[in-house]
Design a protein around this ligand. Structure first.
Ligand code: 3PG
Length: 210
């Protein structure tokens, strides 16, 4: 891995994907996740003014918690979240211009890919990680098969990951896992039920450490 940030993602093995309808709620959800022991936070670009959430979380967590940006799908977003202080970037897929912009940001990044050709394109652009998305649709056998031709690719399966599937994904060779709606359910956000979010995070951490 080329950076400390990349190494910390590989060490921590869990990336919390935070989606919310407003940026303050995203910050509160991230706080609840951190309280439950998850140390890598990815604020998605679908959060309105998500750059404010990234900047605020960077202020709050100067040590031990990484704050990145996810669902980065345009070159403008790359610039905006990098300016806000994102420490890593995640895209759900990768067109060549977007992958070039991600690489030129100088930040470690995960490029979304599902097929061998997409993985090769991500590699050619210097992706630190491949976000295997949507992971639950194809399952752990997909990852096992991909690791044959791509033994050195750092895969981060994301999509439908739950405490029950953390072990199987890690056993199949995932470097880390991304998890969003199972960790921060929309209903918990509507109800401002941050305790449930913290409990979900605690369960994920326990599954990782099992
Ligand atoms: C993402 O953008 O990474 C996904 O929304 C996360 O998928 P999940 O919500 O199914 O965990």
């Amino acid at each position: 891995m080329r950076t400390d940030v990349g190494l910390r993602i590989a060490e921590q093995r869990l990336v919390a994907v935070i989606r919310a309808d407003d940026w303050q709620l995203a910050v509160s959800a991230a706080d609840a996740v951190v309280e439950g022991g998850v140390r890598i936070i990815e604020v998605t670009c679908t959060v309105p003014q998500g750059d404010l959430a990234i900047a605020e979380l960077r202020r709050r967590y100067s040590n031990g918690v990484l704050v990145g940006a996810g669902t980065v799908t345009t070159i403008d977003e790359v610039k905006r979240v990098a300016d806000a202080g994102a420490e890593f970037l995640v895209s759900p897929g990768g067109t060549p211009p977007l992958l070039t912009a991600l690489a030129e940001s100088g930040l470690p990044f995960a490029a979304g890919a599902l097929t061998p050709s997409e993985i090769m394109t991500a590699n050619e652009h210097g992706a630190d990680f491949v976000k295997l998305f949507p992971a639950d649709v194809l399952g752990v056998t997909w990852l096992r098969a991909l690791r044959g031709p791509f033994p050195r690719v750092a895969f981060i399966p994301t999509g439908g990951v739950s405490p029950a599937t953390v072990g199987p994904w890690l056993d199949a060779g995932a470097v880390a896992l991304g998890t969003g709606s199972g960790l921060v359910p929309a209903a918990a956000l509507v109800a401002r039920d941050f305790r449930t979010i913290t409990k979900n995070a605690t369960e994920l951490v326990a599954a990782r450490d099992a």
